[in-house]
Design a protein around this ligand. Sequence first.
Ligand code: HGY
Ligand code: MN
Ligand code: MN
Length: 413
Amino acid sequence: MAFRTSAPLKEEIAERINWLGLIGRTENDGVTRLLYSESWMEAQSAIKKKMEEMGLSARFDDVGNVFGRVEGTEERDRVILTGSHIDTVVDGGKYDGAFGVLAAMIAVSRLQQEYGAPKKTIETVALCEEEGSRFHLAFWGSGSITGRYQLSDASKVTDGQDVTLEDAMHQLGFGQGAYPLARREDIACFLETHIEQGQILEHEHLAWAPVSHIVGMKRMIIRLSGESNHAGTTPMAGRRDALYAASQMISDVVGHAKMQNNGLVATVGQISIQPNVGNVIPGACTFALDVRHHEYDVLHDFCTKELENFRLIAEKEAVALDIKTWLDDAPVKMDPVMTQRHVDLARKAGIPFKKMVSGAGHDSQIFGVYCPTAMMFVPSHDGISHSPKEFTKIEDLATGVRMLMKILHEMAY
Ligand code: HGY
Ligand code: MN
Ligand code: MN
C-alpha cells in the first residue's frame, strides 16, 4: 500500500527530526552517532525502515550508506541523488546532516504522493559518515561512492581505542561483500539540503541560501614528544615540556589567524597530553589543527608559515615534532547551472535568499568534483552548530523541504 500522509508538512518534519534526534541522544539533549557505533547502526536501520514506510525501496551498500529509491518511468539508469550524512560529532545537534537526510525522504515521498512516479529515477541517501569524529578520515560514505576511498583505506586509520575503521566496519557486517559495492557510476547529480551552521541568514532575516562553493580545508594532527619528569625536582632550564611547546604553537596559530582579517579560520579543538598528571612534566602532547579558507593559496601559504613556526618552537623546546595532514581539500565550486535554476525557483517563490560560501565542510565537496552538485542552506538559530543548542525554526525547515520539492519536481517530473 503506497505511503500516504495527510499530516501538514511542518508537523511531519518536526516529528521526524525529533524521532531521529532520539537515536544517540546524550544526557544534555545533544546527539552522538559515531560511525559504526551502536547508535549509528540503530539510526541507519531505522532510516532504512522509515524509507520503506514512506514508499521508497531502501537498501544498504557495503560501507553502510542507506539509499531510498523511486524508479523513473522514462530515465531509469541515471540517478538524481539527494541527501546528507547520518553521523554526528560528539554531543552534536539534531539537525546537522539529519535534516538533509529527512528533507530528502519527505520531499521524495510527498512528490510521489502528489504526482506519482517521476520520469527520472530519484534516490535519497543517508551517507554513513562525514564528520571525521571517530577516525582521522572524513567523508567515508560519499568518498566510497565517488572513488575517493577504497575499502583498503579502512585498515589505515584507528580510533581513540586503537580500533581500525576496517574492524569497526566488519563487526557490523559491512566491507565484506554482503551488500552492493559503494562505488557508483550511475549518479547524474547530487543535491544536499543542510543547516547553515552560521548566523548570516538569521542576522539578515533571510530564509534560504544556495551555496556557491565550499571552503578549502586542511585538518592535521600535531604530535610532540619531549620528556616526562618530576615537577618538583626538575629545574626549569633544560625541560623538554611537550605541553609548553604546544601551548606556544596553539597561541601563535590562533593568534595569527585572528590577525588575517580575510575570512581564514584556524581551530584547535582536540588535545591530549601524557601522562596527564599534575606533578609530572608532560612528555607528550597531541593536538588537532583545522584551518580553512575559500582560496587555496591563502590557506596553503598560512599553513606553510605556521608549520615552519612550529618547527622553530619544537627546536627551541627540544621536543620532537610530527605533523600528519589527514585532510587537504581545495575549495569546491557548486554547479553554477543547477544553482542558477534553484535561484530562479526561489525568486519565483518570493523566498528571501542570498548566495553563500560554506565555511563548513560537506559531502557536497566530495560529490562536487565527481558530478554536478548543488547545496542549499536553511538558517541556524544564533549560528550555533555542533552543539546540543543547535536549532532551526520549523518554518525555515519547511522552506528547505519545499524548495527541495520544487527543484526535484522540475528536474525529475
Ligand atoms: O567540520 C565541518 O565543517 C563539518 O561539519 N564536518
Ligand atoms: Mn554536516
Ligand atoms: Mn558537522
